[in-house]
Design a protein around this ligand. Structure first.
Ligand SMILES: *Cc1c(COP(=O)(O)O)cnc(C)c1O
Length: 438
């Protein structure tokens, strides 16, 4: 083999024709077959990541701990079917996600319903669909859940979202565990304790425990060790004050993935073991029962299973300044660079054997100068109209954030498994784009 090159994820390779492959399938061939722009997803990678979390948690904690896939990262029916077949729990954040999961036959008693602002309709819809756990963000919401559960004649299991006050040292726009966050009730301000007292008085709410989520794209396990410490001390205080023993401690999601070769690789298994050891130690020290620990990975389940494939259109060279390579997608299928300068690795998929001797900004086709997918991308100097460009690690927060800006139809999602490909979400048509117009 002449092409034993290392990429950011081991499902990426190059074949004898110098074409990029995902999960062993030729990306250039797939682009021809399905058209571009195109989202690809490696199903086995998703399944493997689920199993890594499940096995690590159940071994490290001895049975009861489990992961819940944060489905906002990528939400469509086929993915919920994969989650169901892997016996995963899921997070949902809206009626739309609940509806999609239900339509896919996902057993919603294994769902946790998040969001900082669930409407009364959302709450009713979730109860009707038998969502297992609500994660209540604030007092008003707790009251609304109580009202709706009473009407439905049920007792709803609820976790309370707590703000532990941690800055996870990631990009501020995705840091949600700080005291000034729009999410949750802070321990520091006494609101976490107050909402606990309220929840314990509600007849149609069974308080099952606590949730927190401190941020995203986190590489250091120390953030989770510190978070666990704060949460367990809080749980111990609550126990001595109210005699309430939390059954569940949900520490949220956030483990990072590799977007660039310089990003480290997170060892999930090792981190989960370290976390379990610390949690067991703290429970013994604080004299509390070991709760059922939940982690909620989103990005780290699906991100590197995904790849977006584009066809090059305009190539513009502005001498002494910059080169622009425009592709047939953009901020409509990947808004993350425009939104918070997220990094990505892009490659000329049909020219993998050519050296990269120029740099170019990869621009989208939207009428918006901020419509850039990435800047200063190394590419072969021969890059031209009709070439295929692949953007790696787009499985999380790309399709789920996609829009129809400029009335661009959204790309399809094609799932890859064992050398086969199949459409999981079809390409939008021009008539889909105005389907809602009266
Ligand atoms: C977004 C989110 C997650 C998933 O975060 P990732 O960084 O994708 O792992 C988990 N839990 C909650 C509550 C979230 O809001």
């Amino acid at each position: 083999m002449t092409n034993e090159r290392k990429f950011i994820c081991d499902n990426v390779s190059v074949n004898g024709e110098g074409h990029l492959c995902l999960a062993g399938s030729d990306v250039v061939t797939l682009a021809k077959k399905y058209g571009t722009p195109l989202y690809l997803m490696d199903e086995n990678r998703i399944r493997n990541r689920c199993r890594t979390y499940k096995d690590a948690l159940s071994v490290a904690f001895g049975g009861s701990a489990f992961p819940a896939y944060a489905s906002k990262a990528a939400s469509f029916k086929e993915l919920y079917r994969v989650m169901a077949s892997e016996n995963m729990y899921i997070d949902v954040v809206s009626s739309g996600e609940i509806y999609t999961a239900a339509a896919a036959g996902f057993p919603l008693e294994k769902a946790l319903f998040h969001s900082n602002n669930k409407t009364d309709e959302d709450i009713r819809f979730a109860i009707e669909n038998g969502v297992g756990y609500f994660v209540a963000d604030n007092e008003e919401e707790l009251a609304a859940i109580e009202r709706e559960a009473k009407k439905a004649g049920i007792v709803q299991k609820v976790l309370l979202r707590i703000t532990p006050g941690i800055d996870p040292h990631t990009f501020a726009a995705v840091a949600t565990g700080k005291v000034d966050s729009k999410f949750g009730s802070a321990i520091k301000t006494g609101q976490a304790e107050k909402i606990t007292a309220l929840a314990l008085k509600k007849e149609h709410i069974k308080l099952s425990g606590y949730h927190c989520h401190v941020g995203s794209q986190i590489f250091s396990v120390d953030v989770y060790l510190k978070t666990a410490e704060i949460m367990l001390e809080f749980i111990a205080n609550i126990k001595s004050e109210f005699g309430f023993c939390a059954e569940i401690l949900n520490l949220g999601g956030g483990f990072g993935v590799r977007y660039l070769p310089t990003d480290p690789e997170v060892d999930i298994k090792r981190n989960v073991i370290m976390l379990a050891n610390r949690i067991k130690e703290l429970c013994a020290k604080l004299d509390i029962k070991l709760p059922t620990v939940i982690l909620e990975p989103g990005r780290s389940i699906v991100a590197d299973a995904g790849m977006t494939v584009y066809t090059v259109g305009t190539v513009k060279r502005i001498p002494d300044f910059v080169n622009y390579v425009s592709v047939d997608g953009g901020m409509t299928d990947n808004v993350r660079y425009a939104m918070y300068k997220a990094n990505y690795t892009l490659l000329a998929a049909n020219k993998m054997n050519e050296a990269s001797t120029i740099k170019a900004n990869i621009a989208g086709r939207c009428c918006e100068s901020g419509d850039v997918i990435q800047e200063h991308v190394p590419l072969p100097s021969s890059i031209t109209r009709g070439d295929i460009i692949a953007c790696l690690t787009t499985g999380a927060y790309n399709y789920s954030m996609a829009s129809n800006y400029n009335r661009l139809p959204r790309p399809p999602i094609v799932m890859l498994k064992d050398g086969e490909s199949r459409v999981a979400v079809r390409r939008e048509t021009l008539s889909d784009v105005c389907a809602m117009d009266v």
